[in-house]
Structures are given as C-alpha cells and as structure tokens.
Design a protein around this ligand. Structure first.
Ligand code: GLC
Length: 420
C-alpha cells in the first residue's frame, strides 16, 4: 500500500477501525449471546425468539421413500425430489431453482402462494410427464420466523429478509398454500413445515449422527440446535419429559435488537433505518448476504460525497447510488481477484457501475470488501460459539448452508476458536 496517498490511507485506517472486531470483543459478544439464548428460552423472553420447532425426532439414516422438499429462501425457490434408498445415509436428489420475482416480495399473499404452487406444478409436470403419480409428501422449508404449535401450525411472526407482503404476518402459512395446490390439482400433500436451519440440521443428521447445530449463512442468517426440554422454561407448563430433545430455531438474526453490544457503524444504522422493518434483525443486518453489498455501496458513496479524501473525484457515481444494486457475490469476486493490479475489480466496476477507479482507490475498495466479509464471518462465529458454550460442547458437528457460506469468504475469515 506504499503508493497510496495520505488522505486515502487515513480513510482505510478509519474503515479498519470501524469494521474490525478483535478477539476480546468477540468473546464479550459470545458471552452476551449465551445469556440472550437463555433469555429467549425463558418465560419472559428476550430479543432472540428461540422458537420451539416440535421437531423431536432425529433421523437414523435408515429412512426410505420418495419425498418432495420446497425451500422458500430469500432469493430463490428451490424444489427438490429426494429419494432415500435402503442403504444407510444415502440419498438421490433432483432439483429445480426458480427465482422469486422482486415484485412478488411486496405483492399480495395470493400472488405469492399462487406463484409457489405454479412452480411445484411445473416441477411435477417436467419430471413426471405422463406418469400416474401417487400423492407425494411435501416438506415446506419456510425460512422465516414461524412459530409452530405442537399440532403443527406454522404462524408467521414477521417477515424478514426484505419481504413485505401484507396479510401473511400473524397467520398460518399452510392453509393458503394447500388451497393454491388444490386449485391446481397438484398431487401433493403438505406434511411438514420447517425452518431452513432445522432442515439443515436434520438433513445433516441423516448422514452424520454427531450433528448438533444447523446454520444458514445466506440472504439471511440463523441457526437451530438441539436442546433438552428441561432447559426450555417457557414450555414448562406442558410437562414435557425434561430429558427429551427438541430442535430450537433460534432466529438469532434478532440478536442485540436492544443495541447493547454489537459495534454498529453509521452504515449499519442507515441500512436498518431504510429497511422495511427498522429495529428488527439487528445482527442479521450486519452479517447476512442481503446486506453485505449494500453496506459496501453505502461506504463507497459516503467516501465520494464526504470528501475527507479524494475518492472517485469528478466521477458520475449515479449507478452506485441505487440502493441494493450490489450483490454480496460482488464482494467475494473482489476478494478473489487474483491480479496484483486488481484488474478484475477494475473491470467489474467499469462494467457494472460505470466508474473507473485509480490503483490506490482499487486498493481501498479491496480492503473494504475484506473488512466487510471478515466482520460478517467473525460475528457469525460468535453465534456458533455461543451455542457451543451454552451446551458445553468442546467439539460439535455443525451443518451449514447458504449462498454466503458457499460463495463468500467465511472460510478465510472464521475465527471459531477466537469467539469461543
Ligand atoms: C432469516 C429468517 C430465518 C432464516 C434465516 C436464514 O433470518 O428469519 O427464519 O432461517 O433468514 O434463511
């Protein structure tokens, strides 16, 4: 970084100060996280909902049959047909992905359920053309905070991940989807509603009996883990066997909504304020895929406009001013730029944002991408460390999935042991 002008270097230092979370802070965050997990299980409750899933059985690996799974994530809808043969822990899977159109995320409930049922119908017609099908059992992975009661209703508490569809919050999401399927005559019976973290945990447990935690690092971020009923005071009135196990869907995206410990920057505050649900999902808004590109964009716009240093001087940055115009994968592409002169980063910025940064500006841009990715990974590690601390695990298998886990740089940055 020798050739970087002094004012830009100062800005890099400022950003490093803002986005770095050191080991001591990580430990303090994990410890606070443990007490918040506990509070969520108590009758009083806290920021983290700690939803009982009523998922109390675990696969043995000997299950057999053909099942459908529908995964409604933040960006895509995935339909899978899974075949479990006799052989233990083995499975075959066919799947199709459908993009959730942006306008649907703020459209009507009927449009949403109709779209999902149409995708399922298309899937069946494509993969089973002309076949006479028995009714297939469908597990619906609904990756939003839905509280289940013990007779398996799934009431959506609140939308997360930028969704804002009226008339769904506070309602059971199963009957309207069943109705849309019936109307289309699709031979499917909806048999289970599950969060994606619980799904990840259970699916991973099918192949690995040591599995204890399921995590999603994707558009949103969350985890589920195995608790004993005796540790869930808010269910004590149900007189469950205290030693029986139940999966808890933490909904940890809501960690620190009370702003007690997370080192929020001015950019995090803007993201929250301009989101459809201000004040909610504080932790998620600092770490999840939906927000990483936006954080990066907000910093760049601020650097250009606040003129503490000369940055993209004289450039027309109007394309960069469009909210949510940068995807989290943009950050991983920058981090993965193999060229010393950051040629790929330069070309991406020219093509996508119509800006032509200088070499020192590219250096700052790369450092910023690393800082945002590293902060996301380090804070995510606090959640995993907190569950392990709460349960007293020295070793645990964690199943993980999601676009940020698969594509962004969690693996380079994750300080699991620092956070513990
Ligand atoms: C959001 C949702 C949560 C989901 C997570 C990962 O945090 O509220 O239910 O598990 O995203 O998709």
């Amino acid at each position: 970084m020798g050739d970087i002008p002094h004012d830009l270097l100062q800005e890099i230092k400022r950003l490093e100060g803002l986005f770095s979370v050191d080991t001591e802070q990580l430990k303090a965050i994990s410890n606070h996280f443990v007490s918040e997990l506990q509070r969520g299980l108590s009758s009083e409750g806290g920021d983290i909902p700690m939803n009982p899933t009523w998922c109390m059985g675990f696969p043995t690996g000997h299950e057999t049959g053909t099942f459908l799974a529908l995964d409604m994530g933040g960006t895509n809808l995935r339909v899978c047909e899974i075949n479990l043969p006799e052989e233990r822990g083995i499975f075959d899977i066919i799947q199709s992905k459908y993009r959730i159109p942006e306008e649907l995320k703020s459209g009507t409930a009927d449009e949403l359920w109709g779209y999902i049922a149409d995708c399922l119908k298309q899937f069946i017609e494509y993969h089973h053309e002309g076949e006479k099908l028995d009714t297939l059992a469908l597990g619906f992975t609904f990756s939003y905070p839905a509280t289940q009661d013990y007779i398996d209703h799934g009431v959506l508490q609140r939308w997360t991940k930028g969704f804002d569809i009226e008339g769904v919050e506070g309602k059971d999401v199963v009957p309207p989807l069943e109705k849309a399927l019936d109307e289309r005559g699709v031979p499917i019976k909806l048999t289970a509603l599950i969060n994606d973290t619980t799904g990840t945990l259970i699916a991973s447990a099918y192949t690995d009996p040591e599995m204890k935690i399921g995590c999603i690092f994707g558009t949103g971020c969350n985890a589920a883990y195995v608790e004993i009923c005796g540790n869930i005071p808010k269910l004590s009135h149900m007189n469950l066997d205290p030693n029986e196990e139940m999966v808890i869907n933490c909904e940890w995206g809501a960690f620190d909504n009370a702003h007690k410990i997370l080192p929020r920057t001015q950019y995090d505050i803007i993201i929250d304020k301009d989101s459809p649900r201000p004040g909610q999902q504080c932790f998620e808004k600092m770490i999840a895929g939906l927000y990483l590109g936006e954080l990066f964009r907000l910093v760049l716009v601020d650097l250009h406009e606040n003129r503490r240093a000369s940055f993209l001087e004289g450039a027309d940055i109007s394309p960069l001013k469009k909210p949510y115009s940068l995807d989290a994968s943009f950050l991983s592409d920058i981090e993965n730029d193999p060229y010393e002169n950051l040629q790929e980063t330069h070309d991406m910025l020219v093509n996508l944002m119509k800006i032509t940064p200088t070499k020192p500006e590219l250096e700052l841009i790369r450092r910023l991408a690393e800082l945002i990715g590293a902060r996301s990974a380090r804070l995510s590690a606090c959640g995993v460390a907190a569950i392990c601390k709460k349960k007293g695990y020295k070793n645990a298998h964690v199943g993980a999935d999601g676009s940020v886990f698969n594509k962004v740089c969690l693996l380079f940055h994750s300080p699991w042991s620092a956070a513990y």
